[in-house]
Design a protein around this ligand. Sequence first.
Ligand SMILES: Cc1cc2nc3c(=O)[nH]c(=O)nc-3n(C[C@H](O)[C@H](O)[C@H](O)COP(=O)(O)O)c2cc1C
Length: 207
Amino acid sequence: MPEAKTAKILVVFYSRDGSVEALAKAVGEGAREAGAEVRLRRVPEIVPAAVMAKVPGWEERSNRMLAEYGAPTLDDAEWADGIILGTPTRFGNTSAELKAFIDSLGSLWFQGKLNGKAAGAFTSSAGPHGGNETTVLSLFIPMAHLGFIIVPTGYTHERIVQGHGTPYGASSISGLNSAPPTAADLEVAKHQGARVTQVAAALKAAR
Ligand SMILES: Cc1cc2nc3c(=O)[nH]c(=O)nc-3n(C[C@H](O)[C@H](O)[C@H](O)COP(=O)(O)O)c2cc1C
């Protein structure tokens, strides 16, 4: 793989309890270490405030993350050579919050602006069989429509071979007590950031 000095990577994520945020930071770190310029963005809430108020900490964490990372824009998406999307597993699928951002990309789709950029996806679920693989795969569907070159993690890192993350994208299992990603999960996430960066740089160089 060529050096990736000039690749621009956008990491867009949604997180309420912090697991996907931790994975997103590791993905960004891996991309940076591979030479990328990185933007980390957190999509805004769409559920009613009454729902957010039901669980202690949700509103505070949401406000903190939005202030820290800012919300993604269409300019961010156009700027990037590669986009990596992260979501909590929601009923075996992508969160509505992240999907709302994806559904805002229609004008870029219409102009073919995302065509040929690299993309990857990662998730966190409560259970090991709670749908983390289906969630990452669910993100591959709009990525295909948008013309992205989808970059799965494959078994390209020893931690994935050992059973951490998935061959589709990085993941963590938070259980019933919102356990943060393990060191091995974060290693896979960093690897994913580097891998998408390398492919994004190669695609950019070939254009
Ligand atoms: C509405 C809702 C639906 C969820 N659906 C699933 C699910 O289908 N499978 C699962 O394992 N966990 C499910 N979870 C748990 C989250 O995916 C899990 O806690 C995840 O680690 C949260 O990520 P975060 O810490 O970044 O918010 C659900 C949580 C909520 C609030």
